[in-house]
Every structure is written in structure tokens, then in C-alpha cells.
Design a protein. Structure first.
Length: 387
């Protein structure tokens, strides 16, 4: 386990991502068919076991049937980009989401293709959005992604392209092929020359934060939020939005990453984006990213309080603890990447000094984002059953 204390200066992030985008995303997504807020569980039993006062767990295991928070991002970005495209093409500013999803403009969109690289969940979201809108979709996956995650994407009508190497290799191939074929990239990471679309992906994620603020109601504001790292898109979006919602009462933000893919922690230590060359894949596949999202980094570098990297040793046990439900806690279906924060808290039981540095104790009220359910059912069942 590594820990880097960031000493942030809490800069305003409106120049990175406008707060109006958060509002627009929620107003759009709340009107989609089958929309309903995902649960916010109180896991008092788990909190007691980990030496905390309370754990709030945002459970994304069933979001739109895609079993991941990513359903909020990629699909929303697809619809947003199509809306902009059609409004320009047809000189009609009245075109809305329902018009696009209904197939009203199928003829105008029959040659429109979206493409992305993915470890699984983002690609599934983009494929679902493309299916809803009746457009073509190409999903690039690296050889570390499980076959079941690829099949889930193909069942949504997308074509999967396999790439040797890791996620960063698949993203490189997407950039090249998109230019050659005039496809539209819907990526959940941002890089030089590509920051416009990822803002809408990130805005989609903040539907969760809006829901959380409503669900907490008269509860005390959490003292800490532990957010999965990855490229930083989720973490950056949530970090910016909670600052807008709670202002000076904002919780401390802790970023957790696999030690084999800790690009955000290493960037924080260097004070600038640093690429990590992934030599070994983590069990937390959705977090196996070696290069930061520029948008995410621009937010986190001034607003995240701490960066922590962890091993895989507690991941399976964390999944089982959530599935079991300690005390009166409900049973929660949580995939490998969903439990990163729980695995970190378990590891901290042996790292008292780091736990103190993070300000975590018996008075802490900690918010966790359960980013996915059993997106690989076979792997999940094997882990929970211990086979």
C-alpha cells in the first residue's frame, strides 16, 4: 500500500467542466424509460467491522440493467452527440432525446458509427446507447477482458474488435481507426485534442451525486468519499459535483487505485500527468488504466485530498463480505472494481499510521460508490462460492 497526501488548494473547477452540464445530464436521464435512482445502502455492520461510524454504499449493480454506473455516461454522451449532429444537419434546434431514441431519424443516422476502447462496462454503455438510437457501434477490447464481457456487448448489436496488449493499446488503436473510417469516438478518458465528448460522459456520472444528495436527506454529510481511480473520469466528476453541492462542507476525497495501475497517485507525486506501464493486470479490471484523463486530472490535482494504491489481496474477501451482509446489512452484489474502497479499508486495519493520516476513525461517515455488480457472472460466482 502506498499513500500520498495531496494538500489540495480546492480550486473552482467550472473552467474544466461547467456545473450546467451536471443539471442537463440529470434532466435528460431522469426522463429515460426505466430510470430510477439506484439504492444508497447504510452498511452499519461493515462500518463497525472496519472501525468506522457509518458506511454509505451507492449500489450501481442494476443500473438500467447494465449492472454498472457506466450506463449513465457512455449512453448519455452518445445521445448528446447525436442530438448536436442532427440539429446541425437538419437546422432544427427542437430535436430532443426522445426523438432520437424513438428511431425517428434512423435514415439520417444509418451511416453514423460510434467507437470506443473499454475494459467492459463503458463499452457496454456505449453499445446500449447506440442500440437505443439505431446506429452502428464498434467496441475495442484488449486480451485481458473476459469473453463474457465481450458477449454482453455483442448482444447489444455492437461489433467487438480484439487488440493485443492492454487498455492503453486498445485506445491507441481506436484513435487510429476512427480517423481512418470517420467514426465518432465516445471515450470515457480525455487526452490532448479530445476533451469535448468526455465532459458529457462525466456529466452523466453525476446523476449519482444528485441522487445521493437527495437520499441522504437529513443525514449528516459524509466526512469522506473514497473514489475508484482508473483514468480519473468518475473521480473527477464526483469530486467537482460534491464541491458544488456541499461547498466548504465537502467531504475529504480519497482516490484508491490498484498498485499495478496507479497513474493518478504517481501523477500526484510528480505534480503532472505520468503514464504507468502496466506489467501485470489487476483483478480490478475496470481500474487497470495506465494513463490519466486530462479532465479528471485537472480536477483531482487541486481537489483530491489523498491518493492510495492497494494490492489485490483483499478484493475477493471484500466481495464476499458485501454479498454476505454483516449484521443487519443487506446483501450487496459487488463486482471486482466496485469493492476497491472496501478492500482499501480492510488493508488499513494493518496500516494504522496511514489510516490516521487519512483521518479515518470511529467517527468517520464514509461514502463509497459501488460501481458495478456481477458484470462477469461466471467470475463473480466463482469468487463468492470460493471455487
Amino acid at each position: 500500500m502506498q499513500h500520498f497526501k495531496n494538500n489540495p488548494n480546492y480550486q473552482n473547477t467550472d473552467n474544466v467542466i461547467s456545473p450546467s452540464l451536471f443539471f442537463q445530464a440529470y434532466e435528460s436521464i431522469k426522463n429515460w424509460s426505466d430510470y430510477q435512482p439506484s439504492p444508497l445502502h447504510k452498511l452499519k455492520g461493515l462500518a463497525t467491522e472496519l472501525g468506522l461510524k457509518q458506511i454509505y454504499y451507492k449500489d450501481e449493480s442494476e443500473r438500467f440493467g447494465l449492472k454498472s454506473f457506466k450506463a449513465l455516461g457512455g449512453s448519455y454522451a452518445v445521445i448528446h452527440i447525436l442530438r448536436e449532429h442532427l440539429r446541425v444537419l437538419l437546422s432544427d434546434k427542437s430535436i430532443g432525446d426522445d426523438d432520437i431514441r424513438s428511431g425517428k431519424y434512423a435514415d439520417q443516422l444509418k451511416h453514423f458509427t460510434v467507437v470506443t476502447a473499454t475494459d467492459g462496462n463503458h463499452g457496454r454503455s456505449v453499445a446500449w446507447g447506440a442500440q437505443q438510437c439505431g446506429i452502428n457501434c464498434m467496441i475495442y477490447m484488449h486480451k485481458g477482458v473476459s469473453l463474457s464481457r465481450a458477449i454482453a456487448v455483442e448482444l447489444l448489436g455492437a461489433k467487438v474488435v480484439w487488440v493485443d496488449g492492454n487498455y492503453d493499446d486498445s485506445l491507441f488503436q481506436v484513435k487510429r481507426d476512427a480517423i481512418e473510417n470517420e467514426w465518432h469516438i465516445i471515450s470515457d478518458t480525455s487526452y490532448d485534442g479530445y476533451t469535448y465528448v468526455p465532459k458529457f460522459v462525466m456529466a452523466g456520472y453525476t446523476v449519482m451525486t444528485t441522487e445521493i444528495a437527495n437520499q441522504l436527506d437529513d443525514e449528516q454529510i459524509p466526512t469522506h468519499i473514497i473514489l475508484q481511480g482508473g483514468v480519473g473520469g468518475l473521480a473527477g466528476a464526483i469530486c467537482a459535483h460534491v464541491a458544488m453541492i456541499w461547498g466548504e462542507q465537502r467531504p475529504k476525497i480519497i482516490i484508491v487505485e490498484p498498485e499495478t495501475a496507479d497513474c493518478l497517485l504517481q501523477s500526484a507525486k510528480c505534480g503532472k500527468p505520468k503514464m504507468v506501464h502496466i506489467k501485470e493486470e489487476t483483478l480490478m479490471g475496470g481500474l487497470s488504466c495506465g494513463e490519466v484523463s486530462l479532465l479528471g486530472w485537472d480536477i483531482l490535482k487541486n481537489n483530491a485530498d489523498d491518493f492510495v494504491s492497494i494490492s489485490d489481496k483483499n478484493v475477493k474477501a471484500a466481495m464476499c463480505l458485501l454479498a454476505l451482509g454483516l449484521g443487519d446489512d443487506p446483501s450487496v452484489e459487488a463486482g471486482e472494481s466496485a469493492v476497491a474502497a472496501v478492500a482499501m479499508l480492510m488493508e488499513l486495519k494493518e496500516r494504522a499510521a496511514i489510516k490516521t493520516e487519512l483521518g479515518l476513525d470511529e467517527n468517520s461517515r464514509v461514502l463509497l460508490i459501488g460501481t458495478e455488480g456481477a458484470t462477469d457472472k461466471k467470475m463473480y460466482d466463482e469468487i463468492i462460492s470460493g471455487t
